[in-house]
Design a binder for this molecule. Structure first.
Ligand code: PMP
Length: 306
């Protein structure tokens, strides 16, 4: 999965040179914040999707945990562009990560303890493999998402992904592509690494941003595109059974993009194939990258523009 170069603490360097010590704070205590971004091949060359929004969320996540990134948002945006140029990539999945480094084994970081910043790019196709086209088989997890005021779900922090691993491992053991978690209150929350949408009688429904979810950038993009296409979108509390009576279900995320769901807990969704609204939204979304959908909101940042 490696590429020749990455960006680490201010400069582009060979992939193999970016190593950390075993005493790294984040390794012991989950104290990292990170992003997942995509660069798409467009007719005008490689372009980031919503780069500035991802960088802003990275800084917001760091603020929650009082981690000083030590660079400006502009510097991180430029570094993201540099990584793609250095590796001469046409498309990529990009992983910026900020983490507390090697500065002592105390849980509470010492003042001035080191913070590392790295940006990796890699080739990565559809996250859920062929499920992206045929539809994913998902289950409702026996693990709930963290309650409010425990692990903040809006912060995209490394530690939160222990919850995602429990959900994902259980799903895989059961032969499913992905698991969907309920929140602390038993209502629908999100997938292990995706936000969740349902279609019911032509309307789009999605759990609200207070449902213990990561406020996904793909989720926000889908809401915007759906409004542009004239669909009604409601962000509201949804019980588990809404999944079983939905006409369509799909999941969104930078890695998962827009992945249709064809069954939940072995019960077929609709007729078991991606539904018309899911397909229309996928068309509009992927149309952004081949020019069929106008980039009305300035979501694309060209990598090679001077
Ligand atoms: N929820 C979780 C838990 C995630 O890890 C992700 C992927 N970052 C998402 C939702 C989707 O967020 P985004 O669309 O910003 O990638």
């Amino acid at each position: 999965m490696s590429t020749p170069f990455l960006w680490h603490n201010g400069r582009i360097k060979p992939w193999a040179e970016a190593t950390v010590h075993v005493s790294t704070h984040a390794l012991h205590y989950g104290s990292s914040v990170f992003e997942g971004e995509r660069v798409y091949a467009t007719p005008e060359g490689p372009a980031y999707f919503r780069l500035a929004d991802h960088t802003r969320r990275l800084f917001e996540s760091a603020r929650v945990y009082e981690i000083d990134i030590g660079y400006t948002e502009d510097e991180i945006n430029d570094a993201c562009l540099d990584v793609i140029r250095a590796n001469r990539m046409a498309s990529a999945y990009v992983r910026p990560i900020v983490f507390r480094g090697a500065g002592g084994l105390g849980v509470l970081p010492r003042d001035g303890a080191p913070v590392d910043v790295a940006i990796m790019a890699m080739e990565w196709g559809a996250y859920l493999g062929e499920a992206a086209e045929r539809g994913a088989d998902v289950c409702v997890s026996s693990w709930n998402r963290a309650a409010p005021n425990t692990f903040p779900s809006w912060a995209k922090a490394g530690g939160n992904y222990l919850s995602s691993q429990l959900i994902g491992l259980e799903a895989r053991r059961g032969g499913f592509d992905e698991g969907i978690a309920l929140g602390y209150n038993g209502l629908l929350s999100e997938g292990a690494g995706e936000n969740l949408f349902l279609v019911k009688r032509g309307k789009l429904l999605t759990p609200p941003s207070s449902a213990g979810i990561l406020a996904g950038i793909t989720r926000d993009s889908v809401i915007t595109l759906a409004n542009d296409l004239g669909y009604v979108v409601q962000e509201r509390d949804l019980p588990r059974e809404a999944l079983y009576s939905a006409d369509e279900v799909f999941m969104t995320g930078t890695a998962a993009e827009i992945t249709p769901v064809r069954s939940v807990d072995r019960k077929k969704v609709g007729n078991g194939t991606p539904g018309p609204i899911t397909r229309a939204l996928r068309d509009a979304f992927f149309g952004l990258f081949d020019g069929r959908t106008q980039d009305r909101y300035g979501w694309l940042t060209s990598v090679n523009a001077v």
